[in-house]
Design a protein around this ligand. Structure first.
Ligand SMILES: [Zn+2]
Length: 207
């Protein structure tokens, strides 16, 4: 069976099982629209699907995935701001009450930041430019002489994305008034372990 055919097979299982079990929920989501309370910003990595890790139900999470779960700083000039558009839609349109930045172990985007994307002659440096968002954090991690810069930068990246979220005026304002809460988390693939960031201590605590 081809990889795509196995997806269609998966859809058929979903359609005859999970969809049937949740039909009432899908019906109300279709007629009333979505109103997810949570936005999750996570990596494209195939091992870190937020719907799987958090065992969510349809309509619960507005998900944004990109290389290395990065949020660029707020800026309106030039370029096509796909990440900022999703954040604007999630916060101002859907009025999510929580944003979770989910980092993870063995992140290829973090490896690219540390040692270059190494994608061959056809690559146009999209990845290298994208991970430039964490250039300052990378330099700080390397200067600290930590024995595991990959892990250190994976954790630091979650903090950078949270800091960059707070450069969006509508996020800073809503966080101040308690309408919106920001959270950092990290998924360890080998252990299947979720860690949640304590922003007071800066530590990621296993759950
Ligand atoms: Zn990743």
């Amino acid at each position: 069976m081809s990889e795509f055919a196995s997806l269609v097979e998966g859809y058929k299982r979903f359609r005859s099982e999970a969809y049937v079990q949740q039909k009432a929920r899908y019906d109300s989501l279709a007629s009333d629209g979505q109103s997810p309370p949570v936005m999750i910003i996570s990596c494209c990595d195939s091992r870190v699907d937020p719907a799987t890790v958090f065992d969510t139900i349809p309509g619960q999470v507005f998900a944004l995935r990109n290389v290395a779960n990065l949020v660029p700083p707020y800026e309106t000039g030039g370029g096509l701001h796909g990440v900022s558009a999703a954040i604007e839609f999630g916060v101002l349109g859907l009025k999510v009450r929580h944003i979770v930045v989910l980092g993870h172990a063995q992140c290829g985007g973090i490896t690219a930041s540390l040692s270059g994307s190494n994608l061959g002659p056809e690559a146009r440096d999209f990845v290298n430019k994208w991970v430039g968002i964490i250039e300052t954090a990378k330099e700080a991690v390397l200067a600290s002489n930590t024995p595991d810069p990959q892990h250190a930068l994976e954790l630091e990246t979650v903090k950078v994305s949270l800091a960059n979220l707070r450069t969006f005026p509508f996020i800073a304002e809503r966080e101040k008034t308690g309408m919106l809460e920001l959270h950092g988390a990290y998924f360890g693939i080998a252990e299947g372990q979720l860690h949640v960031l304590d922003e007071v201590t800066g530590s990621f605590d296993p759950q």
